[in-house]
Design a protein around this ligand. Sequence first.
Ligand code: CMP
Length: 138
Amino acid sequence: MSNRTFTMIKPDATAKGNTGAILQMINAAGFRIVAMKTTHLSAAKAGEFYAVHAERPFYGELVEFMSRGPITAAILEKDNAVEDFRKLIGATNPANAEEGTIRKLYAASIGENAVHGSDSDENARIEGDFFFSKLEQF
Ligand code: CMP
């Protein structure tokens, strides 16, 4: 089991000014921020990040949304990081997310769902390496 996961605070949460509140929840849940940056993905870069979803009907919408405005990307560390972070953010569709989760509090819809969280240790490493060089991961 690896102890790291990867997250993005998405353009909807950035635009609503929720970045600070979400980072506060991440810290309060016991995650250490290993690396963090705010950046604006081009459509090409957003498409590359979500290439695994390229055949899905929502792919075009996802790429347009994720390149609409700035995001904050971060690598997070904690015991059982992938699973615990997915519990903290709640279900992909905020309508199904538990009370008190980040998506329940800050997401508007399944597409505009405030945050991303890796779904496996392997994807956490791939996604973290997409944004951060080895020198930027502490
Ligand atoms: P995320 O956890 O970042 O991983 C893939 C993203 O695709 C997901 O969050 C949603 O934002 C988006 N997504 C998943 N299913 C749908 C859907 N049915 N319609 C629109 N967007 C979706």
